[in-house]
Design a protein around this ligand. Structure first.
Ligand SMILES: Nc1ncnc2c1ncn2[C@@H]1O[C@H](COP(=O)(O)OP(=O)(O)OP(=O)(O)O)[C@@H](O)[C@H]1O
Length: 318
């Protein structure tokens, strides 16, 4: 009898759940969060293909182990170290992007908020904002291709270095002139920092996002590329169609109108006083389906980018 009781005691003890502390829950949440983001990252990059390849290799290794194929197993073990180093080298750009994104994340901002980040007041004046919008639509009217990157918190100095320094106040005339065909500065991108055009003819990184429409060329791909590498907002004027698009947070919104562009720039301007104005304007302005997301924002945040993504999905342009 004692044996049976002790068996059941042991059995029940084995079945009972261990005590769960608050730290365990926190740990589970952190691990779940990390796994979720790793899976998302893997799906958005070339790593997805690689993962499929790895699963096939793992299957082969499994079969080799069951069938005791010693030579194959030996080769597998010998290749693991080389394989890991090769993966790090091949996926260096993706790792870099992922770490940069982590650094840009809003969660980190209060922790690593150094004083070298820009003044949190107005990013650029209303004059600059109007000049940018005016130039964009003038260029669009004449189907003049243009690429304008507006810097936010992440410095674009590395990309600025690839171009020709301008360092001049933003004006619509200057922007139009820069992108004029057959002029020395028209190729590549303009970078705007605050109220100044920092540089022209800048080379931007091309996005390897496979979801970008095939009928878009390198200008649009470069815009998405810089928006993946930074928190900037990029305006693209298509030479082919004269349509205006914007890229931010890895998302491309095509065929935007002046009101939409203006509202995005106002949100990016970071003016405390303007937040109230936007709200008032929002009440008066009857937004079309395409503008709804933009006008609900008082600042460009991850939330906004997510809404853009929904917006893009709605448009089904790509
Ligand atoms: N990596 C880059 N960085 C900056 N500018 C670039 C880059 N790649 C291309 N461009 C600009 O885009 C121009 C080529 O545009 P392309 O026709 O390939 O693009 P697109 O997206 O089809 O745009 P469009 O609708 O204007 O034709 C180049 O002349 C150059 O000015």
């Amino acid at each position: 009898m004692d044996v049976i009781i002790s068996f059941f005691k042991d059995y029940v003890a084995w079945l009972s759940l261990p005590k769960i502390w608050i730290t365990d829950i926190i740990e589970i949440l952190i691990i779940a969060f990390v796994i979720y983001h790793v899976i998302r990252w893997v799906k958005q990059t070339r790593a997805w293909m690689l993962l499929k390849g790895l699963i096939v290799l793992l299957g082969l290794w499994f079969v080799a182990t069951i069938l005791n194929l010693d030579v194959i197993i030996y080769i597998f073990y010998k290749s693991i170290n080389v394989g890991i180093i090769a993966l790090i080298i091949i996926f260096q750009p993706e790792f870099r992007k992922a770490l940069e994104k982590l650094g840009q994340n809003n969660i980190m901002t209060p922790i690593f908020y150094f004083s070298d980040s820009k003044d949190k007041n107005e990013r650029f004046s209303n004059e600059s904002l109007n000049a940018i919008v005016k130039a964009t639509f003038q260029l669009a009217k004449t189907k003049t291709g243009a690429l304008v990157v507006i810097e936010k918190d992440v410095t674009l100095y590395d990309f600025e270095k690839t171009g020709i320094a301008i360092d001049s106040l933003v004006s619509s005339q200057l922007l139009i002139n820069i992108f004029e065909h057959n002029t020395p500065l028209h190729d590549g991108a303009v970078i705007i920092r605050g109220n100044r055009i920092a540089a022209a003819t800048c080379y931007l990184p091309l996005s390897d996002n496979m979801q970008i429409s095939k009928d878009l060329g390198t200008r649009h791909r470069a815009a998405v590329g810089i928006s993946e590498a930074s928190d900037s907002l990029t305006i693209i004027v298509s030479e082919e169609t004269g349509k205006v698009s914007i890229a931010m947070g890895g998302t491309l919104i095509r065929n935007v109108d002046g009101d939409y562009l203006k509202s995005q720039l106002v949100a990016m301007q970071n003016r405390v006083a303007d937040v109230k104005k936007i709200k008032l304007w929002k009440r008066r302005f009857k937004p079309g389906k395409d503008n709804i997301q933009a006008n609900n924002q008082s600042n460009v945040t991850d939330k906004q980018v997510n809404r853009w993504k929904e917006d893009e999905h709605e448009r089904k342009v790509d």
